[in-house]
Each structure stands twice: as C-alpha cells, then as structure tokens.
Design a protein around this ligand. Structure first.
Ligand code: SF4
Ligand code: SF4
Length: 99
C-alpha cells in the first residue's frame, strides 16, 4: 500500500455521534469530502450503529466542493481545521464562511 504524506486541514471536532467514523467527537476517517451541490454537507457521513476501530487516525479534509466558501482554494480547503456538526437536520461543515 502506498503511503501519502502531505498537509491537509484536520477535522478538529465533529458532533455527529451517529456517524460510523465518529468516536467521542473525533472523526477517524482518513479524509472526508465536504460539499454536496452548494451546501457544505459532510459527504463522508454514514449513519449506523457500528463505529470504526481506527481510533489512532484523525481525519483530514481531502476535498471540498463548496466554492462559495472563503476558505475554498482550487476545490480544496485552506482553513487550519474545520468543525462539523448538525445544522438543523443537516450534517454541515460549521467552519463554512460565505465569500
Ligand atoms: S466529519 Fe463527517 S465523516 Fe467524520 S465523523 Fe463527522 S459526519 Fe462522520
Ligand atoms: S471551511 Fe469551507 S472550504 Fe473548508 S471544508 Fe468547510 S466549506 Fe469547505
């Protein structure tokens, strides 16, 4: 398996406890994708009762499709880190800031 080394923003906190990648407000996917259409949804969210075993991994933001966000640079996130949580019933990047 190839090992990739590069700097990407971290998911510093996520309040979506029913997501398979979430343990104790931490996201443990390798990387998430943000954006579904123009909304800053977490596209990697998967609701289920089971959870990942990879607790040593802290997720990064691999890609973001929300070009209307001030932190979006060439379809990538340029923030230091992001927070994810519920906004009404949607699982959103809470760091989203419109241009
Ligand atoms: S950031 Fe997305 S993928 Fe990670 S735990 Fe939260 S909802 Fe799940
Ligand atoms: S802060 Fe903006 S650019 Fe970064 S992931 Fe969230 S919506 Fe995308």
């Amino acid at each position: 398996m190839a090992k990739l080394c590069f700097d990407i923003p971290v998911v510093s906190q996520c309040a979506v406890s029913d997501c398979v990648y979430n343990i104790n407000k931490g996201c443990h996917a390798n990387a998430i994708t943000v954006g579904e259409g123009s909304a800053p949804d977490c596209d990697t969210y998967m609701g289920a009762s089971s959870h990942t075993r990879k607790t040593q991994v802290q997720a990064g933001v691999g890609a973001c499709k929300v070009t209307s966000c001030t932190f979006n640079d060439d379809f990538e996130c340029s923030a230091k880190g992001i927070e994810v949580g519920y906004q009404n019933t949607n699982v959103h990047c809470l760091t989203f800031h419109p241009r």
